[in-house]
Design a protein around this ligand. Sequence first.
Ligand SMILES: [Zn+2]
Length: 329
Amino acid sequence: MASKHTSFTPFRLISPGGSRGKLNIFIFHRILAEPDPVFPADADTGRFETFLRFARTWLNVLPLEEAAARLKAGTLPPAAASITFDDGYADNLTIAAPMLKRHELPATVFVATDFVDGGRMWNDWVVEGIRRTTLDEVDLRDLELPKVSVRTPEERRSVIETLLMRVKYLPFARRLSACEGIMRRCKVPTPPSLMLNRSQVVQLPRFGVSVGAHTHTHPILANEPGNYCREDIARSKLLLEDWLQAPVTTFAYPNGTPGTDYRHEHVEMVRELGFSCAVTTSVGYASRSSDVHQLPRFTPWGRSVSAVAVRLGRHLAAPPSTETVGVRP
Ligand SMILES: [Zn+2]
């Protein structure tokens, strides 16, 4: 299902394939139906369509598992790429999957299984609370957070970013209660779940979209005890395999920054649990010397196909990312 090269492109020079092959893995989260005034830079259908037209014309997009195997074997095609989505948002099925299918491009969605069937990503309590509130100011002082003004989309965006940074690295239980507290003080009704439900997860493969694991509860692995991490990773794999009745062999580290969000021991766990490859949020492209259990990702944005092409071209022409943890065996 890889897109076909019909003409010579500069990407064949920058990313030649074979043993000198480079793999660029694109990372997305939500694909919104329309642009969001609070997050104008987020992916919406218009931007995603531009991206897909670019990818279809200029790149060889492969399923992630195949791409990782061929990276290791030194048999990547020129301009090799894979498309991934983190967390398991419902719009990955309802909006992105039909668009991907129309362009005949494969992708992988990494699902955090605890949020399936009505669950909520902790950050969405904050994002949806501040985005939807009808208040001009939200008083968070009893949560040891400030009183914030949310009159304009710009103020809302900046408040969301500040609050997420403040709560992101709190211990798990405290983080959840802080996020729920913020939502309550925004005085908005609990929004419907934004995540895929179980019957939606199993529909993804029909669109050429494979499913990867993203832990069960989306912890910052580096902050949790080893046993918890191993069980949480294994649980997401087992649940997805049970739902899909198929092996799940790809993994994305929650948050994904090497060293800060996961350590070498977590890479070992992922390998031992039988995942054939894993992706991080380290920015870069992979080459044959990359650790297939710590593949970096990069998504260029642009309003036109040529703007996206220039950004990706510059990225692929630069030296590869070396940001990983531990020494590769
Ligand atoms: Zn995530």
